[in-house]
Write a new protein. Structure first.
Length: 694
């Protein structure tokens, strides 16, 4: 008999044949982004930006996903993932892939991107590469701007191993006393508030700050001999839980945030040249094993290559894009705006349509319209330059009911959201923080207006955050509607979130964790039954991620029944497509480019009938069962046609799309011989321009 908590080998094998591991699939995104960084058809500074994105995404992956696996492994429990892997197995495969990925990234940077930048007059150098006069100027700058903020920390009697802050570059040193011969380890933190690259002038080389510090170190250790210099960087567990018992969610979260920088070490990146002796000191001081050490050849922490990507060289970047004004938001008259939405639903597609002249204009008009009596919205992530906060404050000042549901637990934006909620509260806005265990991920705004025939509700339901910065680079969709059933559902949801009541049965919306899972499953089953009855049936899904076992098995059943299924998943996908007698009618792709594909929508076709939905939810257990998510039906034929056209463009992309094979490998699409290259995002920009001219 197998031990408790294990599955027979045949079952484990069957699971891996059916489900692609979540962490490994998520990690594959980095490889696709790295392929874009290596693509000579992309503008040079955009390639540098993609190279930086690989590192920043990898950092988050370690802080959350790897940290979770390490917790499971340390627990001693035999916990298997949906694909049947033990955490120890997943960790070994992750390490192998990450080492290969970072080697490829380092090689791309040194052998390809650096020479290409140098050819454009952007040279990345070392202090030793500079002329004597340049070194003297750099030393004066170092002594003025850098040296005063350096603090060496030695390890020895009375000097314990120092705390190493997460994601900061450190210089490890072996320093010897020339008189006594005593040798000690010292750590020098590279200051985080200084630019990563130092440059004396526009036509001078850029030199990494840590290499400048390493070169001009001797005065910091007067009378000592520096025996070894090597760089390292620590990644720590950044995940946390807020107890269900928390009486004050804000206070509990602030306590957790104070603890967060002190999470356990999950990764140690070290210079490949670091000696085994120094490495042994770091392992002991950080209390980690060999499997958490990641040697790096060349530059550590390439996420800060984003500094180079922002250089003022427009000829080396994508042409600027400004979203067009979407109908009906061209008017400055609130009556015309709300009247148009009342007559027919409107759809905006960001960033092809302008966020400022659609979503922000909607809330701004609502805040100033004397006929509006209430403005309610949710905030998962937002930005300082967003019009949302000023609109809520103006609404409160104008005597309207202004309500903002701020999700304090939005990962990596917790502190920002705490500050937002406090500022809004001080301005008279009713602020609600939600629940300890249930994230509010829905993107909804509700306006209550007194029209000529009585009170009327208007709503916006989106796939993206109310964030002015990301709205310029994240691809998202938003529905504006005055549909009585949809807006009544939104009103009921706000009452549930702000009050003390159980939600009633929703009329049209699919809302997690109440009816979203059942609603999606019901649509899949109905489409499967239609195919079994001989009807032409298809399913189209566009999300960031698919990794829910129940959904995946239902899609496999639909495929076997004859349903054609297309999935566009930007980040990860647990589906194993194209397998005979399981998923041979399923195709999975990922589309990447200058805009981050972020929208979520679903299209189910059964003969001549079709159902279209859009909303905030990915197809993950957390979104379906453990978050507040809102997915709305799209009923207007014109808007349905627009969703169909967007999906068609994604399927037609043959330059910046990757197709997932039955072996779990992603292969970049190429135009067939004799066919024209097609890029979805370029076609959608052209479509937006055409739409604006009509």
């Amino acid at each position: 008999m197998p031990k408790s908590g294990t599955r027979p080998p045949s079952v484990k094998k069957r699971l891996r044949d059916r489900i692609i591991n979540r962490e490994l699939s998520s990690l594959d995104l980095n490889q696709r982004v790295l392929e874009l960084a290596a693509d000579p058809d992309q503008p040079l500074l955009e390639r540098v930006r993609y190279c930086a994105i690989v590192s920043s995404v990898l950092d988050e992956f370690f802080m959350i996903r790897v940290a979770g696996l390490l917790d499971q492994a340390r627990s001693g429990l035999l916990m298997r993932s949906a694909d049947g892997r033990l955490p120890q197995e997943a960790l070994r495969e992750i390490r192998t892939r990450v080492l290969a990925l970072t080697r490829a990234q380092g090689k791309l940077w040194t052998s390809d991107l650096c020479p290409a930048l140098a050819a454009e007059g952007i040279e990345i150098g070392t202090v030793e590469d500079l002329s004597k006069r340049q070194r003297e100027r750099l030393q004066r700058r170092f002594e003025r701007d850098v040296f005063p903020v350096l603090t060496p920390l030695a390890v020895g009697p009375g000097q314990p191993f120092p705390f190493i802050s997460p994601l900061s570059i450190s210089l490890g040193l072996f320093v010897r006393n020339a008189k006594t011969g005593e040798e000690r380890l010292a750590r020098l933190k590279v200051p985080e508030r200084l630019p990563r690259f130092m440059r004396l002038g526009d036509d001078e080389p850029l030199v990494p700050l840590e290499r400048v510090i390493a070169h001009f170190l001797p005065p910091l250790f007067a009378g000592m001999s520096i025996e070894e210099r090597a760089f390292f960087r620590v990644t720590r567990d950044a995940d946390f839980d807020v107890s269900d018992e928390a009486d004050d969610l804000l206070e509990a979260l602030q306590t957790e945030l104070r603890r967060q920088p002190f999470g356990v070490v999950v990764r140690l990146e070290v210079s490949e040249s670091m000696s085994s002796a120094m490495l042994a000191h770091l392992k002991e001081g950080l209390q980690i094993g060999d499997d958490q050490i990641y040697p790096v050849r060349g530059l550590i922490d390439m996420s800060e290559l984003s500094e180079i990507a922002t250089l003022d060289r427009p000829e080396l970047k994508y042409d600027p894009w400004l979203g067009v004004k979407a109908h009906p938001f061209g008017t400055s008259d609130p009556r015309a705006l709300f009247g148009s939405i009342r007559r027919s639903d409107a759809l905006v597609h960001l960033p092809y349509d302008s966020f400022a002249s659609s979503v922000e204009r909607f809330v701004d008009r609502a805040s100033r319209d004397p006929k509006v009596s209430a403005l309610k919205t949710t905030v998962y992530r937002t930005s300082d330059d967003s019009a949302l906060a000023p609109a809520l404050i103006a609404a409160a000042d104008n005597g309207k009911q202004a309500v903002c549901l701020v999700e304090l637990k939005a990962r990596f934006d917790e502190q920002n959201n705490i500050q937002w909620s406090q500022r809004l509260e001080q301005a008279g806005v009713h602020v609600v923080h939600g629940f300890p265990r249930l994230k509010i991920h829905a993107k909804t705004t509700l306006v209550v207006r007194r029209d000529a025939d009585g009170l009327r509700r208007y709503a916006h339901i989106g796939t993206g955050n109310y964030h002015a910065d990301t709205a310029r680079v994240y691809e998202d969709l938003g529905l504006f509607t005055a549909d009585p059933d949809v807006t009544a559902d939104i009103a009921d949801l706000f009452n549930y979130l702000t009050g003390f009541s159980e939600p009633q049965a929703f009329r049209k919306l699919l809302v997690a964790p109440f009816n979203l899972r059942d609603g999606i499953m019901s649509e899949i089953r109905a489409t499967t039954e239609a195919a079994e009855a001989g009807a032409k049936a298809s399913i189209r899904i566009k999300v960031n991620a698919v990794h829910d076992r129940q959904i995946i098995e239902a899609l496999y059943a639909a495929s076997c029944a004859g349903v054609r299924i297309d999935v566009v998943a930007r980040r990860m996908c647990g589906i194993r497509p194209g397998v005979k007698d399981m998923s041979e009618r399923i195709r999975v792709r990922s589309v990447l480019g200058r805009f981050l594909e972020h929208s979520r929508f679903f299209i189910f076709r059964r003969g001549k009938d079709a159902c279209h939905f859009l909303g905030s939810a990915d197809l993950l257990p957390r979104n379906l069962d453990h978050r507040i998510e809102v997915v709305a039906p799209i009923e207007a034929p014109k808007l349905r046609h627009e969703l169909d056209a967007i999906f068609d463009a994604l399927l037609a992309d043959n330059t910046q799309a990757w197709d997932l094979g039955d072996d779990g490998a992603w292969v970049r699409a190429k135009p067939p011989k004799g066919e024209q290259s097609r890029t979805a995002q370029i076609e959608l920009m052209a479509r937006a321009r055409s739409r604006a001219r009509r």
